[in-house]
Write a protein that binds this ligand. Sequence first.
Ligand SMILES: NC(=O)c1ccc[n+]([C@@H]2O[C@H](COP(=O)([O-])OP(=O)(O)OC[C@H]3O[C@@H](n4cnc5c(N)ncnc54)[C@H](OP(=O)(O)O)[C@@H]3O)[C@@H](O)[C@H]2O)c1
Length: 339
Amino acid sequence: MLFGRKDAQKSKELTDMTGKVVFVTGANRGIGYMTVKQLALQGATVYLGCRNETRGLEAVANLEREVAEAYSTTSSPQPAPGKIVYHHCDLSRPALAKDCGDKFLERESRLDVLVNNAAALPDPSFTPHDVVTINHFGTYQLTEALLPLLTKTSQTNIDVRIVMVSTNGHRMGRASNHNIRFRTREDYFTDYHKDLIPLWQAYCVSKLALFLATKALQRRLLSPSPSGPATHPITCISVHPGAVNTFSNRVPYLPGWLVTPIVNLFFISPEAAAKTLCYAAASLEVAEDKEKFRGAYILPGFKIEPDTDITKNEALQDEVWESTVEILKAWPEAEQVAA
Ligand SMILES: NC(=O)c1ccc[n+]([C@@H]2O[C@H](COP(=O)([O-])OP(=O)(O)OC[C@H]3O[C@@H](n4cnc5c(N)ncnc54)[C@H](OP(=O)(O)O)[C@@H]3O)[C@@H](O)[C@H]2O)c1
């Protein structure tokens, strides 16, 4: 689905998340913000990841007000809302992403759901290098840092989930080329400036790399050796939230009041888009049939979309996994951050 109506998405039943801990990255605005709201209303303690403390705390204060208001006006029985907590999360360098994960481990004893929502969109405030670093390497590094807590939680809760927010763009542009490889740093940070729309190409490749890494992660979590038992029954799901209006108030030179109504004719709202993330993060349907959803890709309308020849290629999934580990080990000193 490329375009959708603002109200296109109905809700699916979500589990009671009381006592559970969720971390949503890039949640100070857009789809992540609405995901925090919906999951807090299900009773979860939700950590709101943001790369800027002022913006993050402001989002927490606004959400606390909106959640209390929504809870007080609902007529249907609902769990008491959970807490919303700011957690600093900057994925612009792998060392910062690791720091975000390490600090999370220091402050929490469980993590039931990780929603990797933060991303650099193909927006001129980013370079193609930023896009690939944030969307693939930063997100991978954060997930890796949080895995010990997710696996520990999976020993007492059989419904631990990792949600990777993807995009249908992972099947477009350079990412749809059947000869695509992920062997070396140059394969990821190729010369995008030769392309017509470099940021879009980098975005598609970054999201394909993350998608393939998620498939590899799912296989590793279930069976670290080909014949081994399923040790960490965590469910990894990728989602496409739809074409979502998270940008009409940021269009240069044009006022939001003019652009927004036009954009809303073709794009769904962040609130509607968040329902797909919440479905992957907390729905009853996923809880009741985890096998079906492990490694799946979910579209708006809660539909599982089949893999393509590229995304089902296990050799390519492993190639991304292995090269990502090696590239992160050798990440340039200049881009490391002093502790
Ligand atoms: N909008 C769509 O049509 C669409 C379509 C398909 C997929 N998606 C996916 O949906 C997700 C959310 O998109 P959105 O439309 O809600 O985007 P958005 O409004 O631009 O929000 C992106 C979030 O990521 C954060 N972020 C950016 N760079 C970061 C960094 N270096 N470290 C940590 N956080 C960072 C942003 O923080 P700041 O506020 O500080 O910039 C913001 O909170 C993304 O994964 C995107 O790829 C969106």
